[in-house]
Design a protein around this ligand. Sequence first.
Ligand code: SF4
Length: 909
Amino acid sequence: MSALPLSALHASHGGCWLREKDLTGTGTRAISKGEAVMAAADTPLLILNAPLLATRLGYPDLSGLDLLELYAFVHPARFVVPTPKGLAHALDLTPPENDADVPRLLQDAAGALLAMCENGAWSEREGAWTALQSLTRMRWPWASLLTGRIRKPERAERWLFTRLPEWEETPEVPQPRQVVLEDGEVLQRLEKLTGSTAEQRPGQRAYAVETAHAFAPRERSGHPHVLLAQAGTGIGKTLGYLAPTSLWTEKAGGTVWVSTYTKALQRQLRQESRRAWPERRADGSRPVVVRKGRENYLCLLNLEDALQGGFNGRAAILAQLVARWAAYSQDGDMIGGDLPGWLGTLFRQRGIAALTDRRGECVYAGCPHYRKCFIERATRASVGADLVIGNHALVMVNAARGRDQASRPTRVVFDEGHHVFDAADSTFAAALTGAEAIELRRWVIGPEKASKGRRRGLSARLADVASYDEAGAKAITDARAAAEALPGDGWMQRIAENAASGPLEELLSAVRTTVYARDESGGQEAGYGLETEAAGLEGAFVEIAQAARMALAELRQPLIRLGMRLEALLEEPPDWLDGPGRARIEGARHSLTWRVDTLVAWEALLDRMGGPADPEYVDWLAVDRSEAREFDIGIHRRWLDPMKPFARVVLEPAHGVVMTSATLRDGDDWAKAIARSGATEIEVMPRLSIHQSPFDYAQQAEVLIVTDVPKGDIPALSAAFGRLIETSRGGVLGLFTAIRRLRAVYGRIADRLARGGLPLYAQHVDPIDTGTLVDIFRDDPAASLLGTDALRDGVDVQGDSLRLVVMEQVPWPRPTILHRARRMANGGSAYDDTLIRAKLAQAFGRLIRSREDRGHFVVLSPAFPSRLLSAFPAGTPIRRVTLEEALQRVAGHAQGAAADRAEDSQSLS
Ligand code: SF4
């Protein structure tokens, strides 16, 4: 392999470096931003991650020969951290020691990737030649360099859609046997999973035995076994519950769902489950299946459309790279699966979302790729699986509207159980907004403009039904006419210009007027939308709401009639209705039911406008904005206590449910955790168990509350972050409660830190998805990462890469209408305290992930209330200190860690 003789450009916050194409020439030289921009505009340069480079250079139009695009072509579905170091590791090249080394690495990496295409052992060769022909026509910058290196196959290559395997029909699954798990056998299973040589962990053993109780036969209908198990970090709870789970599935022949909130835990579960189950059973089926919402998976029909002209320009190139990936993907999961999270951002647009089935337009068996469809495969596989790894929202949706009984979860372990409340809150919410309503309109009518692609309305999707069944045809026509009342393309613009069209746009316009009329922010951009209670609404508003309600009812009626016609067709099938046709009609009926339910919820919401408030709900009007730009308008409804519908929909039909987390309780108090489980709603008293973390927090961690950084003082806040990161030599996770402050701090310190060899990354600033940001952070002990909520408990970084967590202030809840209602119903400020302690505990939980981890947890808060201190694990030293003292303590730790690292590398060499 030899380096590619093309010029290469690298830019970080610390500067810009160019290496000319003449490899024997002057080598790499530091250049100014202006020179870098000129060079990039002049000729295509080798670069890594164009959008990130564009941000660093302040030159949004930057393009070039992006190594990440080449990597995605050569090694689709293979993991790489998208940094110079990550690329070097993935390609087995020497990692660069500093920024100036990077251009040389880019030349080497390009050489290595191109050489791979000529290598007989290239495992992702199939399909490459064919894809390259299309990419050449699209003038993909890499195409000319690849041409000639990829030999034309002797026989025509299998096209993606023939290459993918078909899923098999699965027989109906019998109901599980009723079995009781003995403690001894559970412990034996645990030992098998952990390995007999592994150190015995008493906490984990007790936890496994406790969890097994949830699998006992149910004693009364509607009364599942519910276990609340608080398991401190380090207990080994994953294997702790997988032991009884695998034993029960083996003995009972049933399916257990393990549900998580974060993708990081899903990944971990997939790995750990390999200890209990083989990859495949003797019959070839998979015992463990990862299930996500359908909007996560690639829709092959959408991809086919995109490949055949539905996408233009750069998006068409993205479609080709996605097609390369689809042929090698494990399960077609585009969001958090094996499609690199960075691929979509490289193309700076929402092409990825357009390739999934977000709009529920699936035509099921009417689709030519139905038998190869990733979504259908995952759905079927989960019916016969032992273990389904899902997420909280999906479990709830499946419990509410699973296609059939067999796909409804009856034994569920909710890991990250402290998030069940939030997931239920969104799942059982109703939102009548412009964005939601226009989706419904498109689903019924189809897109307005003559757009390419398959997006079609109901009448096109059910054309055969319409031609066969007169009543069905009339229902479709009526629904189509009624859907004209919903907002159409350009609705936001019309509303802004006071030219709303139709009853729903009239309603949204009235919502907007009311929200602005009542706005108390004084024009201050708070970083999120504007909202007002759905109370005290005047007569004119109520009349408009009623007109909108009637319009929705007009649409609901024909949809119900259509659903009944479809049902009749299924009961007395005509001759032409073959198996696939039947499946398609079942699919259509399923999505009809879902739309009718949505309409019912919207009508109920409108019905109550102007009337007395229902104490079960919190309703409000909102204009959603981002950076002062409106993006949606509507009326929202949440349950005051979303665990009520959760209890009815998920708990009541279940047989056994475990909710487990390191932060289930508030301090020593179980009462709130019980109330937040929903169990009392169905008159079940949950079994409670607690398992303390084996970590020695007194030795491993220290909480520092910094008292001399004034709240709201951005220069002081930035200086504090900068100095903490410098003192710790990176390895800092900075958590913010407001994006505005995060950006301000980042803008002030990133350049200086980078010049000192301490790269800083930030959510909401860097054009990189959150999962990739965490991968980058994990991969580089000198890097630091700033972020907001998603990082507070979605990050599992063991070891040296995370040594210091800094919270910019006490994470007070956002004072929304919903929060105010729940606060009033749950004890006022005590409710706030519970929420804050939970957030602090979750953030602290990022720091110590193993017995070897050491670190500091810093909160920048001059007046941190003592009552919140119980958020931290017992025994953790807590000190109120000045910033100087905090820096000294962090410095002491940083020196110790550096000495440890030096010792480690000596003993390795
Ligand atoms: S079956 Fe539905 S989701 Fe699957 S590829 Fe076809 S249209 Fe897309």
